[in-house]
Every structure is written in structure tokens, then in C-alpha cells.
Design a protein around this ligand. Sequence first.
Ligand code: RB5
Length: 148
Amino acid sequence: MKISIGSDHAGFEQKQQLVEYLKEQGHEVIDRGPDTDERVDYPDYAVKVAMDVSFKRADYGVLVCGTGIGMSIFANKIVRVRAANVTIPEFAELSRAHNDANVVCLSGRFIDIETNKKIVDIFLSTEFEGGRHAQRLAKLLPIERTGA
Ligand code: RB5
């Protein structure tokens, strides 16, 4: 799969580890930065990764900041993006199965790397269930079109 990934300074160390991990798993990785752990603004990276997913340059996105919260707030402003802030493996599965999430936002400060690797594994390998969940997600379409 093609995965776009980004972070801020708080998520940088884990982002670097996840880039290597995803490559080892055979994924094609688009690393949108940053390239160092210097202080940066998370919205800049959230939008880059979200745009990759929105315009199908990537199948899925992975974002890491201190909590994952700021990243998810910004990524969710981009059309066609359904970003989930995931801190436990069970929510990784549900965010795919029920919400068809296409971007996972991780906490680099509160969740350890092994748990985040597990979250990413589950996120990338769980299928959307469709059915009643698709009917609910379809309600996003008019909102995305009109902003109402
Ligand atoms: C940076 O200090 C921190 O605010 C950021 O990484 C993130 O947690 C925001 O949601």
C-alpha cells in the first residue's frame, strides 16, 4: 500500500520509526516530514498528508503529534478525509470497520511505539464493513459539499 506520513516535533521520533517499520512491511512510504525534531506547527503536516489521501496520492495517512488531537482536527477539514485519533488498538479496528477512517492520528507523547505500531498494523489491515455504516457515512457528502 501507499502510505503518506507526517508529524510535528512531538511526534518526530515515532514518525521516523514508523517510516522504517512501514517500509519493512513492504509499503511504499511518502514521508511529508519534518526531517528534524525542530519545533514546527502540526497543521502544516496534517494538511500535506490529508491532501495526499484526499487526492489519492496515498491509500492511507499516518500523522503523529503529541496527542494526535491537533492533527485530527486539521486533517478532518480536508474533503474526503476521515481522520481518527487512535490511542488503543481496539479503536484502530473500529475506526476502519465502522468509520472507514483513511487517516490515523497517533500520540507520540502518551502512547509507546510498540502500541502505535500495533495500532497502525490493525488500521491498515481492517476492512470497512459497509452496510449500515456506509449509510451513516453517506451523510457526510452533503456536509462536505455545502459546509453546512
Ligand atoms: C505540541 O506541543 C503539541 O501541542 C502538539 O504536538 C499536539 O499534541 C497538538 O495537538
